[in-house]
Design a protein around this ligand. Structure first.
Ligand code: PLP
Length: 475
């Protein structure tokens, strides 16, 4: 909706959302984020919480938070740069920097604020940000707020990223900086970005790189240190974003990098500067959770084992789910209303997996996003799969049609020159028309090039830049 909301327009907009099957409402959970909860008064297995390691209500974490409240108070009272930097912030930053294998760390109020702050600090007018099409909304909003030109590349598609970087090489402004930003583990799909190739490409083209490890910290890589650590790339990116609100069971977020980068963010990130410091109990809770993660990494293994059991059980119930140990498992239904019906039917049968609809995911890919937790049992996982299968069949939905869709084949006419072959080339100035920040919430149609297009001057380009620019302008 553009412009101001006039009389009756809110009502009309709400009615539109209702008609489109996109109305949201809050469901009430009683008690902590355990493996089972009371949902609107009904007992259910919780299968959509990001409390991946079960630390949000771990007794040591709760005690640490309670003690911190008694010692330092509930609120920090001011922003970090005024009087809000307390010993607990400093201690947590030091511990997180060591955990991430970086020199320095800066806490933010949340992962959302961290992405707004980091992207806004590293890109501005005249710069270009290259962003994966399935990046989290906080990255999308960070890109929009930065006022940089935003180029969205196809999901996890390094060839498209390379091609996009060649086309948008400063847009006539040789001074324009470039920033690549990606989730490491994608929040709604649970797949992992091709980080090695992205790092290589960013280095080769002189672009900065920000990686958001929100769903990887505590869940993935050696000792739960994330997807960058898994590939030995912790030191290869400009900024690592992580949140305290998921596996670390608390609230808040952090950015790790070298000392100079952190000093820069501290001086320029608006969402850091102009917001109250995170509350001491949340910081102390995160510190305790981090301690538990480091002392007893078996929780990460238990999470992976549960994820494997969940995936295997879903597959044996006929769902189109691949084996693996990634804890986020999308059951893509497609239609918004069918997704809501499946969600409701599963709740009535005792399993809560929230329906995820646009704009959180692209239109036509509504889904139940299942999230395993270390606190589940293997029996929970099997029961969940069985329940979801029964719920789907009851609604006339075929489990074989629900799951993780296979990626569509992309029309590539010519092999893209290898990154390794031209590691330091100067990318040509793009001739493309200006493109507005792409709205990833409006997915682009994907289709092979028509013969007429194939014969155009873009014939050798593996991707249709004109069409993308046009879609981007329209969005
Ligand atoms: C990839 C990613 N980044 C950032 C965030 C935001 O983190 P927070 O919940 O701490 O604001 C999320 C939240 O879901 C996320 O999935």
């Amino acid at each position: 909706m553009n412009g101001e909301l006039g009389t009756g327009e809110i009502e009309q907009r709400l009615a539109e959302l209702e008609r489109a099957g996109l109305m949201r409402r809050l469901r009430l959970v009683s008690g902590p984020q355990g493996p089972t909860v009371l949902l609107d008064g009904q007992p259910v297995l919780l299968l959509c919480s990001n409390n991946y390691l079960g630390l949000a209500d771990h007794p040591h974490v709760c005690e640490a938070a309670a003690e911190a409240a008694m010692r330092w108070g509930v609120g920090a009272g001011a922003s970090r740069l005024i009087s809000g930097t307390m010993t607990v912030h400093r201690r947590l930053e030091e511990r997180l920097a060591a955990f991430a294998g970086r020199q320095s760390c800066l806490l933010f109020g949340s992962g959302y604020l961290a992405n707004l702050g980091v992207i806004g600090a590293l890109a501005g007018r005249g710069d270009t940000v290259f962003s994966d099409e399935l990046n989290h909304a906080s990255i999308v909003d960070g890109c929009r707020l930065s006022r940089a030109e935003v180029v969205v590349y196809r999901h996890a598609d390094v060839e498209h990223l390379l091609w996009s970087m060649r086309r948008h090489s400063g847009r006539g402004n040789a001074q324009g900086g470039r920033l690549v930003v990606t989730d490491s583990v994608f929040s709604m799909d649970g797949d992992v970005a091709p980080l090695t190739e992205i790092v290589e490409l960013a280095h080769a083209s002189g672009a900065r790189l920000v990686v958001d490890e929100a769903h990887a910290i505590g869940t993935y890589g050696p000792g739960g240190r994330g997807a960058l650590a898994q590939e030995g790339l912790e030191g290869e990116v400009d900024a690592i974003v992580g949140t305290l609100g998921k596996a670390l069971g608390s609230y808040g977020a952090f950015v790790c990098g070298d000392e100079e980068m952190v000093r820069y963010l501290l001086n320029t990130s608006r969402s850091f500067i102009f917001s109250t410091a995170p509350p001491p109990p949340a910081m102390a809770g995160a510190l305790a959770a981090l301690g538990l993660l480091q002392e007893r990494p078996h929780r990460v293994q238990r999470l992976s084992a549960n994820a494997r059991t969940l995936r295997r059980s879903l597959a044996s119930e006929g769902f189109a789910v691949a084996e693996g140990d990634m804890h986020i498992v999308p059951l893509v239904v497609g239609d918004e209303r069918d997704t809501m019906r499946l969600c409701q039917e599963a709740i009535e049968r005792g399993v809560f997996a929230q329906a995820i609809r646009p704009p959180t995911v692209p239109a036509g890919t509504s889904r139940l996003r299942l999230a395993a937790m270390a606190s589940h049992t293997a029996t929970d996982m099997r029961m969940a799969a069985e329940t979801l299968a029964k719920a789907a069949r009851k609604l006339g939905l075929d489990p074989a049609q629900l799951g993780t869709p296979l990626p569509e084949p992309e029309p590539v006419q010519e092999p893209v020159e290898g990154i390794e072959r031209e590691p330091h080339e100067t990318l040509p100035v793009a001739q493309s028309p200006p493109s507005a920040p792409f709205d990833i919430e409006q997915p682009r149609p994907r289709r092979p090039l028509a013969p007429a297009e194939a014969g155009s001057s873009e014939a050798n380009a593996p991707f249709d830049g004109e069409r993308e620019s046009a879609v981007a302008r329209a969005a």
